[in-house]
Design a protein around this ligand. Structure first.
Ligand code: SF4
Length: 310
């Protein structure tokens, strides 16, 4: 019998839940429109739903009119963006930056204050990376892979050199980059607590378990979602054919040729309603039984900003 194995945990993390809630509660409290700097989370369905309810997504603060309500996305913003927004006459600014991203910002600012040269591991152009690097005015260098370590302009014998990472990277890849950094910089200071967040780690752990038993793995998430892309890559690196889709109608029947067990997971910004849609679609292809693979229970919840608590 053809079977679906559902990853647990999957889908929304506490930071995404909080960020979406902030936009929804701002709309309820102040009415439309509410301006949001960048997609509040990287998911097409979520963004389209919020647009329908009156959210306007912008990239530049200059596009926010005086008197408006503004929300920063879950990825965080550079200090320059905060400054520009604060200089405008806005009614209210809500910060939907995930607290785990803010934690990296605090760590980074402390390091900078203590004259550390900082290496950031992350993906160039990702808004979280821009937001994190933009917490300090220089002295920070971005690397994306092990090869980049060789071209860092920091002396090997530097005494004050530290590393921070984007929160949604591949756990295994980041470990090997950090191992190379440690070899190159004997005085390298590591983050006190892992910067890669609990949700990224748990969803990757679940894919590792699914890969042991599935013929193919479908990841629900948008192409812009870093953590969703990492799930697909991880499955492929483990030798399992994998697909990243936003919606059920993207599934092509030849993807399921010869597949008896299909794994299903969702990135941290993909809502459960999309998972339900994919399950129905897979059922129509004969995957009549569904089993959940429980890897870890998550109980993380982040509080809303005081102005939006009920
Ligand atoms: S994926 Fe991690 S860092 Fe990003 S919003 Fe979720 S909990 Fe926060």
């Amino acid at each position: 019998m053809k079977k679906i194995i559902l990853a647990n945990p999957r889908g929304f993390c506490a930071g995404v839940d909080r960020a979406i809630n902030i936009v929804e509660k701002s709309l309820e409290k102040y009415g439309a429109p509410v301006y949001v700097r960048h997609e509040v989370v990287h998911n097409k369905y979520v963004v389209d739903e919020l647009k329908d309810r009156g959210a306007i997504f912008i990239e530049e603060i200059k596009d926010v009119p005086e008197g408006a309500i503004l929300v920063y996305s879950a990825h965080g913003v550079p200090l320059s963006v905060r400054k520009e927004a604060e200089e405008k006459n806005l009614t209210m600014i809500f910060d939907a930056t995930c607290p785990l991203v803010s934690k990296v910002h605090v760590e980074l600012k402390n390091l900078h204050r203590n004259q550390y040269e900082i290496i950031m591991i992350g993906h160039k152009g990702h808004p979280e990376v821009e937001g994190t690097m933009g917490q300090v005015d220089g002295g920070i260098y971005l690397i994306e892979n092990e090869n980049d370590v060789d071209s860092l302009p920091i002396a090997r014998e530097a005494e004050k050199v530290a590393v921070v990472t984007q929160t949604t990277l591949s756990v295994d890849e980041t470990k090997s980059i950090i191992a190379k950094l440690k070899d190159s910089y004997p005085n390298l200071r590591l983050p006190k607590n892992e910067d890669i967040c609990y949700a990224t780690q748990n969803r990757q752990d679940a894919v590792k378990e699914m890969a042991k038993v599935c013929d193919s793995i479908i990841v629900i998430g948008s192409k812009t979602s870093s953590n969703s892309n990492r799930l697909k890559e991880l499955a492929e690196n483990l030798g399992v054919r994998s697909y990243l889709i936003d919606f059920d109608y993207e599934i092509q029947c030849d993807w399921l040729d010869g597949v008896s067990i299909v794994g299903l997971t969702a990135g941290a910004s993909a809502p459960e309603v999309l998972v339900e849609g994919v399950i129905k679609k897979l059922q129509s292809y004969g995957f009549s039984s569904t089993e959940t693979l429980n890897v870890v229970e998550e109980h993380m919840v982040f509080a809303l900003p005081s102005g939006l608590r009920t």
